[in-house]
Design a protein around this ligand. Structure first.
Ligand code: ASP
Ligand code: MG
Length: 396
């Protein structure tokens, strides 16, 4: 059996005309001799609207009940797409997560896929040319519905492709993955290849192309992922393990709304630092871009945190610092994190110097690096100047 997994995002199935268009696109592949597992998201803004509805009822909707509600979105789109396919004489059937046997952890709203009933899907594919399966949802061993986090239907698609050892095609309203967010920079170049590692960095750095978990799963099971536009025949982008072109800088991404937190005048004792970060982590805060400086045997610690995630942060930090009366905390808001990513950095020398040369007129608050990335923190008002300089330097 020649199986391919295709995923269509919410904007690709936003109305009935688009659903019929997708049905025709799927049928074309069937005519080429493929068996297709189609994963679909909820129509258009359905998930947003369902969340709004829940919030009108309750300030903090019960997580299990919220998933019970959100999973209805995908159930609508699979049924409609399946009807459209049947009208085209395609032998198909729609399935929700319960019927397809997609088992997850019981972390409602952010569950992780654990296993599929692969044999059931294979059996059904012997009888049908197409199976249309709900993205974004799963069930627990107890039979409760779960969801995988916003944008999670990418992960559903990649995970099912991994289970079926097939390729995965992700269709959206973007024709592929770009050197830089095309909404920010209309001259961004479309990439032919991008590696899993680059994609993981870019996804976690704010590039909203693929669900990060989907890339993690693709990397782990070596699933070849192809991202392209639903509505055009333009060649898309392949997400793969290695890129023979080995570009020094493949892409750039921006994350706005960063706050820099600085704690000054701590005793010179790294156990204290460990304790502070441990307490912050236990409360579920994500910190990033850490720097620790020793000044006359006293430590200054800086890190960044996303503005929207700061609720009660100050209170917990003050608790963690309660034994250090002489230390001080400051918050500086309105920063952005700008990063360039490329696997070629592993081998190519002089990338950092090119980065700093390009940004020589921009005050940088902090810089961090990994093997394949350089990130800097800067004032939002300098963002455009900095992005333009890097686009020019690295020909993005
Ligand atoms: N419908 C879900 C969402 O909007 C899942 C997805 O689109 O991937 O987040
Ligand atoms: Mg969606």
């Amino acid at each position: 059996m020649n199986i391919v997994v295709q995923k269509y995002g919410g904007s690709s199935v936003a109305d009935t005309e688009k659903i019929k268009f997708v049905a025709n696109k799927v049928k074309k592949r069937v005519d080429e001799g493929y068996k297709i597992v189609v994963i679909v998201s909820a129509m258009g803004k359905t998930t947003d609207n369902l969340i709004k509805l829940a919030k009108e009822i309750s300030e903090k909707p019960h997580p299990r009940e919220l998933d019970m509600l959100l999973t209805t979105g995908e159930q609508v789109s699979v049924a409609l797409l399946s009807m459209a396919l049947i009208d085209l004489n395609v032998n198909t059937k729609s399935l929700n997560a319960f019927q397809a046997g997609i088992f997850t952890t019981s972390d409602f709203n952010k569950a992780r896929i654990q296993k599929f009933k692969v044999s059931k899907i294979i059996d059904l594919l012997k009888e049908h040319d197409v199976l249309v399966i709900t993205g974004f949802q799963g069930i627990t061993e107890e039979g409760d519905y779960t969801t995988l986090g916003r944008g999670g239907s990418d992960t559903s698609a990649v995970a099912i492709a991994a289970a079926l050892h097939s390729e995965c095609e992700i269709y959206s309203d973007f024709p592929g993955i770009y050197t830089f967010d095309p909404r920010r920079y209309s001259n961004a170049k479309k990439l032919k290849y991008v590696t899993y590692d680059e994609m993981l960095e870019m996804a976690s750095l704010g590039a909203k192309v693929l669900h990060s978990r989907a890339v993690e799963v693709a990397k782990k099971f070596n699933v070849k992922v192809y991202c392209a536009s639903t509505f055009s025949e333009e060649e898309g982008t392949y997400v793969v393990a290695d890129n023979i072109e080995n570009p020094v800088v493949t892409g750039m991404s921006v994350m706005e709304n960063q706050t820099q937190v600085t704690i000054t005048n701590l005793p010179f004792d790294h156990a204290i630092i460990y304790n502070i970060f441990d307490k912050i982590a236990q409360k579920g805060f994500n910190v990033d871009m850490i720097s620790i400086i020793n000044i006359n045997d006293r430590l200054n610690v800086s890190f960044t945190i996303i503005e929207e995630e700061m609720e009660n942060f100050d209170k917990y930090l003050k608790e963690a610092l309660s034994n250090f009366n002489e230390s001080q905390v400051t918050y500086e808001h309105g920063y952005a994190k700008l990063s360039v990513v490329g696997i070629g950095m592993k081998t190519e020398k002089g990338v950092a110097s090119r980065f700093f040369k390009a940004l020589k007129d921009v005050p940088l608050r902090m810089v961090t690096t990994s093997e394949i990335k350089i990130s800097c923190l800067l004032d939002k008002k300098n963002l455009e100047k900095a992005t333009n300089a890097l686009i020019k330097e690295f020909e993005l």
